[in-house]
Design a protein around this ligand. Structure first.
Ligand SMILES: C[S@@+](CC[C@H](N)C(=O)[O-])C[C@H]1O[C@@H](n2cnc3c(N)ncnc32)[C@H](O)[C@@H]1O
Length: 446
């Protein structure tokens, strides 16, 4: 609690007195203070690191995932049963639907990024094959890869020309060409394993917010890496059969490519009674860059298509386009955006105020959709990071909570899962002010 008290002192605008500059943020912090509680034990569950030991979920590194045990924890806290229907509108690699299946709870997940949905869907296919079929297929592919036609990939995207040594790129394209000749479901299973080796077989590293180039990185051999993935997948299938037994017979959750800002095309079996999710954070992170190798190998044909994806996801990144009529949809957002737009403010990117505006306009739509589709009394657990730009803290957890109240949710708790440091640049300038990562708990009115 001492840390929470300290945090409540710290996670507010830098100014020591209440001025017009931080009035709205003071107001919202005070309003929700009675519902805020530290649960630092959740800290290790809100990151993908917790999945490293989970069979299948650890096959592919989707580093924005939360952990299997996070979803399990909230399924238990909410007391969900087979009668419930769990929804994750930003399901990423499918941690929520995967965990729901293990618990025997019907579930549906959507995401707007094709690679995420591909992984989420394909993980369930591993349950339908015999593990030895993987090694047999691998041997057959290996025998023909040298003569395989190299797959078409989006070579006009710059990263594709600098991410691999020339011979590795050709070998990877041959592997992809060979895998493409397989039929479903083996083709998709091998594609997933193939996507999982792109990072180790390249000079890139999914690191922080970006896909970084590491010129001095040791590049793994594609055939050896794929063989390792096949061994791991075999072990995972066997392990799951032993762990889950008949539970693997639970109905497969539905996983779909869709936009959380408009759920009109999503077919729910019934109104969801629970929602466990983590949306993109307002932190400039661009998923279409981090996953550009996977996207360029399979999901887009050229740069134009990649750009279309970039501008089609939630506007949490710096290239987000803002409409002329997009206005900050909440007084806290307006307060921060106005300050950041002042002439003296030296932002390391001038588009940050637009990005923040667009992010909250989008999340406002998202929450409005939840109010529309969820069942009365539905419970929500959402992990979200606060952010800070040029010293200005944005209490994203509380802003979204107040937006939720406006459309009929009751905010029950704001659980602080961990405190994050600052970028070294900001730390030097503003001191070490932690930024919280929270799990907000809401319930839809009856
Ligand atoms: C923090 S990640 C969620 C990861 C997920 N919890 C998991 O365990 O894999 C946020 C997700 O939102 C997705 N996303 C971005 N824009 C979206 C949109 N408009 N509709 C639905 N999903 C979107 C991203 O592709 C990303 O997978």
């Amino acid at each position: 609690m001492e840390q929470l008290r300290l945090f409540q002192e710290l996670d507010r605008p830098v100014s020591p007195v209440v001025t017009a500059d931080c009035f709205e943020r003071q107001r919202i912090e005070e309003k929700f203070a009675p519902l805020m509680r530290e649960e630092l034990g959740l800290g290790r569950l809100v990151s993908y690191v917790g999945n490293k030991t989970i069979p299948l979920l650890s096959l592919y590194r989707y580093k924005e995932a939360f952990a299997f045990s996070f979803v399990k924890e909230f399924i238990d806290r909410f007391g969900l049963t087979r009668e419930d229907y769990l929804f994750d509108p930003f399901c990423g690699m499918g941690t929520t639907p995967f965990t729901a299946m293990q618990c025997g709870i019907p579930a549906i997940g959507i995401d707007k990024l094709p690679i995420a949905i591909f992984v989420a869907k394909t993980l369930f296919l591993f349950f339908s094959i015999e593990p030895q079929a993987l090694q047999e297929t691998f041997e057959a592919l290996k025998a023909k890869v040298a003569k395989a036609e190299p797959a078409e990939v989006a070579l006009d995207v710059h990263i594709m020309n600098v991410a691999f040594p020339e011979d590795t790129l050709l070998e990877l394209r041959r592997w992809k060409g060979a895998i493409d000749t397989l039929s479903y479901p083996m083709r998709d299973i091998f594609l997933l394993l193939f996507f999982a080796i792109l990072e180790p077989c390249s000079y890139t590293a999914k690191d922080g917010q970006f896909l970084r180039l590491r010129r001095n990185k040791r590049i793994a051999d594609p055939t050896e890496m794929l063989q390792q993935k096949v061994y791991k997948a075999e072990r995972d299938i066997l392990l799951l059969r032993r762990l889950w037994g008949e539970k693997r017979q639970s109905p497969h959750p539905t996983v779909r490519l869709a936009d959380a800002r408009d759920l009109s095309n999503v077919r729910f079996e019934k109104p969801p009674t629970a929602l466990i999710t983590s949306p993109p954070y307002a932190n400039r992170y661009d998923y279409t860059r981090t996953y550009s190798l996977e996207l360029c190998f399979h999901f887009v044909r050229n740069f134009e298509e990649l750009k279309a994806l970039r501008f089609g996801i939630l506007r949490s990144h710096i290239e987000s386009k803002v409409d002329a009529n997009d206005q900050p949809p909440h007084p806290v957002v307006k307060e921060v955006v106005d300050i950041l737009r002042r002439p003296g403010k030296k932002l390391n990117n001038p588009r940050i105020p637009d990005m923040l505006t667009a992010y909250f306009v989008d999340m406002h739509k998202v929450i409005g959709e939840w109010a529309r589709v969820l069942a009365p009394g539905a419970q929500v657990a959402m992990v979200v990071d606060n952010v800070r730009f040029e010293g200005e803290l944005v209490p994203v957890d509380l802003v979204l909570s107040e937006m939720a109240e406006d459309v009929g949710f009751q905010v029950e708790q704001v659980l602080i899962a961990r405190y994050k440091g600052n970028s070294s640049q900001q730390m030097g300038k503003y001191g070490r002010v932690p930024v919280r990562e929270s799990v907000v708990i809401w319930r839809k009115g009856r």
